[in-house]
Design a protein around this ligand. Structure first.
Ligand SMILES: Cc1ncc(C[n+]2csc(CCOP(=O)(O)OP(=O)(O)O)c2C)c(N)n1
Ligand SMILES: [Mg+2]
Length: 712
């Protein structure tokens, strides 16, 4: 095929892509983005003096703590990336003035200020930056993963925009909890920067929070930079609140270095969210004095910024302006100096105790990855008696049981009100349990999944449904970075008790993006349990166990199994550790190991082999992370032959893991032949009928492969 000739315009300069400031850029923020403006003392309006001096002290504490962190970086004691918010203190303190203990705030990479503004411990912060065991994340988070849930700070992470959907989920949970007396609802709060507003998930979250009318507070600290890049080079406007307007969210853009402005605006907007009128967005325009990361003022990820600009912004110092304004209320220079000394002493004492603190013990490296499985402690009433049902109906029975017996369970996902979107597996659950517990969502995989995680940190056990694993990939940050890491990176203090259901939906000429089985991708992640039911009974009971488990669980069902039937006894609470690998058929000549649909194919292959006098043992792995190789290994030790069967691709896939895991546990000199694997053709799924027939392995092909091994 001929490529069209490149038609790059002659003479296109650097500004072909970027609107270079000064060349046609008009600031929508106007004076708010101009450091020469808003430098005068601020108008204290009618805010109580004690409230203001307390805010001043918190801002000073944040600054002194961050200056100490800068010194500790320079001294070489802090190695983790430390993003300082010096110059930005008013935003977090102004918002925190209106938060209460039940609220749920989530931070970002630059969150020392958010954490300290809610009153969390300076000692625990400094110890955390050093990696000490009494750090706020037990030494597992460093500067970028802060945690103080007892102060309403649920966690911060450095994936830009990563916690925004979690905060939306926390707001969802707050709405489910309902108002606290006549004081309105608790709120979810997400702190993030202007750069985060360039991430897709932010827009999914605005839309979802507005559509669901959630008590959600989006706080954007617009410091006009993302890393080394000025907002003028990244967005067609420097005013972030325009995105909220587009989502019909009540919003305000304020001078983020004026604590009174932030406090007053936050007071009004947070009250709006608490009252149930829907989400709000507060844009605080500010500026960081130091570079993107580390202690330097003039360097931003290797790019030098204008020293004149930095010093101009220092004239709009939130601390200096408030202190100057308070003089009229009798707060003298002596008062200021005394406060400063007091703050410095507090930080110095915290620093000393952080240095003196112990390191985490070796055992902590792995001890927090998974929760200890619990024994079921209740005997809830079964919804259905022993019933003959198929795999799809069994999944539905799992939901029915959970929703009937466990008030903390709710489900959300796309198409869950539809009679066919997810086969027979959820039919009419919304009618039975209400649309507030069976929630159909916008087309926003990242927001839905992140929200489920966020709600799971607030006492709920959500199940988020992805009708195809292909679509679930859009939620990879929530799954791979957030859910699976949450417990470990916060030192085991909290867990994402979320179930993520991904459906494999192959065949039917649906092609490359509607047919994938990506279980191997996700089974790679420590912290995420991955279950693959191969029978109708497991389809129901694994869903129950996954939901009641304190770890994040990816539950993968396969539409090709939906017609498989079984007699299921009444349901009951099941523990996650009930699902050891199962010998589904005993045999002596060869071991077939598989999960999910491949188990049924292997059983069919074993029936074919029996006709040729070959006895095949079939192992159903059931859980592929953590994976238990012991049953496969024992079988291989007995038969001397191993064929791994998997519906995923070969390279770095489950079949390779099955072989490696079994061989590590057997005496290989006893093997009768080298192990082999039967996997998917190494190509994306075709749509054309004859090619599709070629593409998927059949039981006859599995049997043939087994026969080849036996001949060897
Ligand atoms: C998903 C993701 N992409 C890129 C990065 C690299 N990164 C770290 S911080 C940052 C800048 C974010 O800017 P902004 O949201 O405005 O926050 P600020 O640093 O200004 O406080 C970037 C791009 C990241 N951590 N995560
Ligand atoms: Mg920024």
């Amino acid at each position: 095929m001929n490529q069209p000739a490149t038609k790059r315009a002659e003479g296109a300069g650097d500004d072909a892509f970027y609107t270079i400031p000064g060349k046609g850029w008009i600031s929508d923020l106007g004076d708010l983005a101009n450091p020469a403006q808003f430098t005068a003392p601020i108008d204290l309006r009618n805010i109580d003096t004690q409230k203001l001096t307390s805010a001043l002290r918190t801002m000073m504490l944040i600054r002194a703590t961050e200056e100490t962190i800068a010194d500790m970086v320079v001294a070489g004691d802090i190695k983790c990336p430390a993003h300082l918010a010096i110059g930005q203190e008013a935003a977090s303190v102004g918002i925190a003035a209106h938060l209460r203990p039940g609220d749920r705030a989530f931070g970002c990479h630059r969150s020392h200020s958010h954490y300290l503004a809610v009153g969390a411990s300076v000692e625990a912060l400094l110890a955390e930056t050093l990696g000490k065991a009494n750090g706020c994340a037990k030494g597992f988070g460093g500067s970028m993963h802060l945690y103080a849930k007892d102060h309403g700070f649920y966690g911060s992470v450095p994936i830009v925009a990563g916690t925004i959907p979690l905060a939306v989920g926390a707001a969802m949970a707050a709405k489910m909890d309902g108002p606290a007396g006549n004081t309105g609802m608790d709120v979810g709060v997400a702190y993030f920067g202007d750069g985060a507003c360039e991430e897709g998930v932010f827009h999914e979250c605005l839309n979802m929070a507005a559509s669901f009318k959630l008590p959600m507070v989006f706080v954007v600290e617009n410091n006009l930079f993302s890393s080394h890049l000025d907002i003028h080079l990244r967005q067609p406007s420097d005013k972030i609140s325009r995105f909220a307007e587009a989502a019909r969210i009540k919003c305000a853009t304020v001078d983020g270095n004026d604590i009174v402005s932030v406090m007053q605006t936050a007071g009004d907007l947070i009250a709006h969210a608490r009252a149930g009128h829907g989400p709000v967005l507060i844009e605080a325009v500010t500026y960081r004095w130091r570079g993107h990361v580390g202690p330097d003022e003039n360097i931003d990820v290797g790019v030098r910024r204008s020293a004149a600009e930095v010093s101009a912004w220092k004239q709009r110092d939130p601390i200096g302006r408030l202190a100057a304004s308070l003089k009229d209320r009798g707060f003298s220079a002596d008062n200021f100096n005394a406060m400063q000394d007091d703050v410095k002493q507090q930080v110095a004492a915290a620093k000393k105790s952080a240095y003196d603190a112990p390191w985490p013990t070796d055992g902590m490296l792995t001890s927090t990855v998974y929760a200890t499985p619990k024994k079921p402690d209740s005997k809830p009433i079964a919804v259905t008696p022993t019933t003959h049902m198929n795999y799809g109906q069994a999944i539905r029975a799992g939901y029915e049981y959970l929703l009937a017996n466990h008030k903390d369970v709710f489900v959300l996902g796309q198409g869950v009100w539809s009679p066919w979107y997810v086969g027979s597996s959820m039919t009419d659950l919304d009618k039975q349990f209400g649309k507030n517990r069976v929630i159909d969502t916008p087309v926003s995989e990242a927001a839905e999944t992140g929200a489920a995680i966020g709600a799971s940190l607030c006492g709920y056990r959500p199940i988020v449904i992805h009708p195809r694993i292909d679509f679930m990939i859009l939620a990879c940050d929530a799954i791979a970075n957030q859910a699976s890491k949450w417990a470990h990176m916060l030192g085991g203090q909290d867990r994402a008790k979320v179930t993520i259901r991904g459906i494999i939906n192959r065949g039917g000429e649906q092609g490359a993006q509607h047919s994938q089985a990506l279980h191997s991708w996700f089974a790679h992640l420590p912290g995420l349990r991955v279950l693959m039911p191969a029978t109708a009974a497991d389809a129901r009971d694994m869903l129950i166990a996954a939901t009641l488990c304190d770890d994040p669980v990816l539950y993968i069902d396969d539409r090709w199994l939906y017609d498989l039937t079984d007699d299921l006894p009444p349901a009951h609470d099941v523990s996650i550790d009930a699902f050891k690998p199962a010998v589904r058929r005993e045999g002596s000549d060869i071991t077939l190991v598989a999960a999910s649909y491949s188990v049924q194919q292997s059983l069919e292959a074993a029936r074919l082999l029996e006709q040729d006098g070959i006895s095949a043992e079939v192992i159903d792995l059931r859980a592929i992370n953590p994976i238990d190789h012991s049953v496969s290994a024992a079988s291989v030790a007995k038969t001397g032959r191993l064929l791994a069967v998997d519906g995923g691709w070969t390279n770095c896939g489950l079949a390779g893991e099955i072989i490696a895991g079994a061989l590590e546990h057997v005496d290989v000199t006893g093997l009768k032949c080298a192990p082999a694997r039967m996997t998917l053709t190494n190509a994306p799924a075709p749509t054309s009928r004859p090619l599709e027939k070629l593409y998927y392995a059949t039981p006859a092909q599995i049997a043939d492969k087994a026969k080849q091994l036996i001949k060897k």
